[in-house]
Design a protein around this ligand. Sequence first.
Ligand code: SAM
Length: 192
Amino acid sequence: MDGYIDWHLRRHKEAAFADLPDTIVEIGSGVGANFRYMRPGTTVIAIEPNPHMHRPLRLAAERREIELEIRDVVGERIDLPDSTADAVISSLVLCTVANPSKVVSEVLRVLRPGGRYSYLEHVVVEEGTPTRRVQRMVRRPWAWVFEGCSCERDLQTVIRSAGFSFVENHSYRIHSPFLPFNTHIAGTALKE
Ligand SMILES: C[S@@+](CC[C@H](N)C(=O)[O-])C[C@H]1O[C@@H](n2cnc3c(N)ncnc32)[C@H](O)[C@@H]1O
């Protein structure tokens, strides 16, 4: 699905991931879908607990000339010291993690003052809409097919209430036959 998803998100990723620093912490790197948005020579510390992702992730890093360091831990317990990261990014990850609030609080902990968290995620839609009804109806098969993904998370509130000093967030819709997946947020949150 990499090409399909990237085609829908490219414009938003280009904006959210513009001007990233030379070293980035990425939560849930998967198979490296975001490496194409980084300069060759960038160092990525990948917080990726799924060992099946590690080989393709290494290959993608080689292809894109990314210096890769994989940390086999969950985003809820990042093994990095406090206040050390210039930037943390994630895309399509907070829908899958066990505890998105804990992950975002870990992001805030590891960021240095002045550091940024840039993200793209898909989210729950407004109550009372037909899409919301579909999200409710398909929640179980959706989670089953997409390996624990929830299409019902209010991640904007999770990020806004995490304690960042400033959050620039916007929502947008993509034209996708996967209705429960068509509403997204993207933005950057700053640590004071
Ligand atoms: C849907 S994939 C997204 C991959 C990639 N970020 C992208 O945009 O294509 C979700 C990724 O999050 C990882 N993941 C799942 N639970 C996690 C957790 N608790 N902490 C960090 N990563 C996690 C999965 O292994 C998977 O690689």
